[in-house]
Design a protein around this ligand. Structure first.
Ligand code: NAD
Length: 321
C-alpha cells in the first residue's frame, strides 16, 4: 500500500512542490490548506484537498484519524512585517496552529513523522559570520522567527517526552516557480515579474547584502529525504534540525544582474535606502543535511533563475501595482 503524506500549506509555493515530489514517488498525498495565500490551481490532480485552518478542530481530527506516515507542516503566516505589526496574530497561526497538529499526532497513536518547515534566515542572528551551522546561537529579529524557534522547541519536547518522530528543516531563501510576487520575501519572484513587465528593479541599500538562495525543487527533495531517511536520536533542540540551503552567499546585485541576463530585459536597476533591520549577510552551512539526509541541492542558481523567469514570463502580465 502507498505511504500516506499530509502536506499543510500544500496549495502554497513550497508546499505544492513538496506535494508534487511525493506524488511522483508514488505516495498517497493529501493537502490541508485554508487558501489564505495558496491557490487551488497549485494542487496537482491526484492529490486529495481538504480546505481548512491548521488550528481548527477539523484539522485536529484529520491528523488524528488520517493514519498519515508523514506530515510535512508548511502552513504558516509567512509575512515577517505582519508578525511585527501583529505578533499575537502570528503566534496564533504559527505557534497555536502547529500545537494543534502536534497534539493531534500525539493522541492519534499512529507513528507519524512530523517534518516542520523552519527558517535559517530568520533564526540565526547577525552575530556570527556566515555560514551558520545548526548549533549557532539563535537570535530571531522578528516575532515570525521567534514563533519558528518556539515550534522547534515544541518539536524537541514532543520528541523527548512523548516520543514523537519530529524533524525541523531550516530553509534559506527559497525561490522558484509559483512563488507569490506580492509578498515581502520573494525578491526573485518580484524581480522576475518586473523584468517581464519592463519595469525597473529596486534594490534596497547598496545591493551587497547576501542571502542563501535555494531552489524550491531542492527543498522538496529535502522534505522527501527527511521523510525516508533514518534520523539521529531525538534529543536537544538541534539534534533533528537541518539547514537546507546551498552554503553560497549571493548578493542582491548578482541576483539582479543574473536575472537581467536571463530575461534579456533592458529594465534599469534602481537603488533605494536600505531597510532597517535587514541582515547584512546570511548563508547556511549544510554539511549536516549532506551527511545525515544524503541531501544536497542539485539546481544551480543560474538554472534555477532561468526556470523561474520562464515560469513568470509564461504568465499573464499583471496590471501595474
Ligand atoms: N519562502 C521562503 O523563502 C521560506 C524560507 C523559510 C521558511 N519558509 C517556510 O516554508 C513554509 C511555506 O512557505 P511559502 O513560501 O511556500 O509560503 P506560502 O504562503 O506560499 O505557503 C503557505 C501556505 O499555507 C497556507 N496557510 C497559511 N496559513 C494557514 C492556516 N492557518 N491553515 C491552513 N493553511 C494555511 C497558505 O494558504 C499557503 O498555501 C512556511 O512555513 C514558511 O514559513 C519559507
Amino acid at each position: 500500500m502507498a505511504q500516506r503524506l499530509l502536506v499543510t500549506g500544500g496549495a502554497g509555493f513550497i508546499g505544492s512542490h513538496v506535494a508534487d515530489r511525493f506524488l511522483a514517488e508514488g505516495w498517497d498525498v493529501t493537502v490541508l490548506d485554508d487558501l489564505s495565500s495558496g491557490r487551488e490551481e497549485n494542487i496537482a490532480p491526484g492529490v486529495t484537498f481538504v480546505r481548512g485552518d491548521i488550528g481548527s478542530p477539523e484539522a485536529h481530527a484529520l491528523v488524528r484519524d488520517g493514519r498519515f506516515d508523514v506530515l510535512c507542516h508548511l502552513a504558516a503566516q509567512i509575512d515577517v512585517r505582519r508578525s511585527v505589526a501583529d505578533p499575537a496574530y502570528d503566534a496564533t497561526k504559527n505557534i497555536l496552529g502547529s500545537l494543534n497538529l502536534l497534539e493531534a499526532v500525539r493522541t492519534s497513536g499512529h507513528a507519524t513523522r512530523v517534518i516542520f518547515s523552519s527558517t535559517g534566515g530568520a533564526l540565526y542572528g547577525d552575530f556570527d559570520p556566515p555560514p551558520s551551522g545548526e548549533t549557532n546561537s539563535k537570535d530571531p529579529e522578528s516575532p515570525y522567527g521567534i514563533a519558528k524557534l518556539a515550534v522547534e522547541y515544541y518539536l524537541a519536547y514532543y520528541g523527548r517526552v512523548h516520543k514523537l518522530d519530529t524533524v525541523a528543516l531550516r530553509y534559506g531563501n527559497v525561490y522558484g516557480p509559483r512563488q507569490d510576487p506580492h509578498g515581502e520575501a520573494g525578491v526573485v519572484a518580484i524581480f522576475c515579474t518586473r523584468l517581464r513587465d519592463g519595469r525597473a528593479l529596486t534594490v534596497f541599500g547598496d545591493g551587497s547584502q547576501t542571502r542563501d538562495y535555494v531552489y524550491a525543487g531542492d527543498v522538496a527533495g529535502a522534505n522527501f529525504a527527511a521523510a525516508t531517511t533514518t534520523l539521529p536520536e531525538r534529543g536537544r533542540l538541534d539534534a533533528r534540525a537541518f539547514n537546507i540551503g546551498t552554503g553560497i552567499e549571493t548578493t542582491v546585485n548578482t541576483l539582479a544582474t543574473t536575472l537581467k541576463q536571463v530575461s534579456g530585459s533592458a529594465s534599469a536597476i534602481e537603488y533605494a535606502p536600505a531597510r532597517p533591520g535587514e541582515l547584512a549577510r546570511s548563508a547556511l552551512d549544510t554539511t549536516k543535511a549532506r551527511a545525515v539526509l544524503g541531501w544536497k541541492p542539485v539546481v544551480s542558481l543560474a538554472e534555477g533563475l532561468d526556470n523561474t523567469y520562464r515560469y513568470f514570463a509564461a504568465r499573464r502580465p499583471e496590471a501595474a501595482r
